[in-house]
Ligand binder design. Structure first.
Ligand code: 13P
Ligand code: SF4
Length: 300
């Protein structure tokens, strides 16, 4: 495995490429990345990098976002079938129909969505800046897509009337408050950190609600020594690496995103060797999506 990692580092240099990895991908992929992060951090980096090639180890919408922000760069997704089931729960057609029912209501779209859906949206957000984004709007009502849990979280933290979209993450949505409470009872004194993609009932019993990188920052700064982790299990690797003296308990092992685990080291070698797996958003979609994504990136 070390030889493959060394090969990837050499290929990255030859290709003038940068490797970005989401906090959920396989540990060995996180190890070889130039930057690991949450969706917001990765989008900011994708917009700012001087590299000619961006290898995105995450899922399809993340590579698309990089392509929207950096059209002059080659954006590669080593396994092009890595998608996000929640992103597929809203289509441009279904969104256009809902918009027609809600004239004048701005659309806030979670970054976990296709470029074509972003193109129909006023502003995008990530789990790290959703509250800031929703508060920044002058309108009293907003339509949020596709995650109903994130939308309900935003509604609970702002004075907006939020119209929901019935999308959800099939992994975060499996966690129930009953399971979370049972794990809390087993580890009294542990801090329960939950991702806003979890249901409102789970968030109601969480000590901290934040993005994946928010969890990494919180765990590092907290004086607590045990944490229950209410998000996709991939985050346990960087949490343990960065805090070897602390204990991290998964809230549920069912929260394992199949798509986030698709990319292996050999796939990265192949994609850098052949410059394969390019993700390019066509200009007629990129241009209308750009302003919504730029507003998201500006709101840290
Ligand atoms: P973060 O932006 O918090 O990293 O989450 C992305 C994601 O896909 C959560 O399921
Ligand atoms: Fe999509 Fe859920 Fe996987 Fe995140 S964890 S990429 S929201 S399916």
């Amino acid at each position: 495995m070390e030889a493959t990692k060394a090969k990837i580092r050499t290929l990255l240099k030859e290709r003038k490429a940068i490797l970005l990895a989401h906090n959920y991908v396989l540990p060995e992929v996180q190890d070889v990345a130039d930057l690991c992060g949450d969706s917001l951090e990765l989008s900011i980096k994708a917009a700012a990098t001087e590299a000619e090639v961006i290898v995105f180890c995450g899922v399809h919408f993340m590579a698309e976002t990089a392509s929207i922000l950096s059209p002059e760069k080659t954006v590669l997704l080593p396994v092009t079938s890595a998608g996000c089931p929640m992103a597929d729960m809203v289509t441009p057609l279904s969104l256009a129909a809902r918009k027609a029912e809600l004239p004048g209501v701005p659309v806030v779209t979670y970054v976990n969505s296709s470029a074509a859906v972003k193109a129909l949206s006023d502003v995008c957000c990530t789990s790290a800046n959703v509250i800031k984004v929703v508060r920044s709007l002058s309108e009293k009502e907003v339509l949020m897509t596709p995650d109903r849990n994130l939308a309900q979280y935003a509604a609970s933290k702002t004075d907006k009337t939020v119209h929901l979209w019935e999308g959800y993450c099939p992994f975060h949505n499996t966690l129930t408050a009953q399971t979370a409470l049972a794990v809390k009872a087993k580890y009294p004194g542990a801090i329960f950190m939950a991702h806003p993609e979890c249901s409102p009932e789970v968030l109601a019993v969480a000590d901290v609600v934040t993005s994946t990188s928010g969890m990494l920052g919180y765990a590092q700064e907290s004086s607590a020594d045990t944490f229950i982790v209410g998000t996709e299990v991939g985050i346990l690797y960087p949490l343990s690496q960065q805090n070897p003296e602390k204990t991290f308990i998964p809230a549920s092992l069912e929260m394992c995103c199949t798509d986030m685990k698709r990319i292996r080291l050999d796939d990265i070698v192949t994609c850098l060797t052949n410059l394969s797996g390019e993700v390019k958003v066509p200009e007629e979609i990129r241009l209308p999506a750009l302003s919504a994504v730029q507003k998201m990136v500006a709101m840290k």
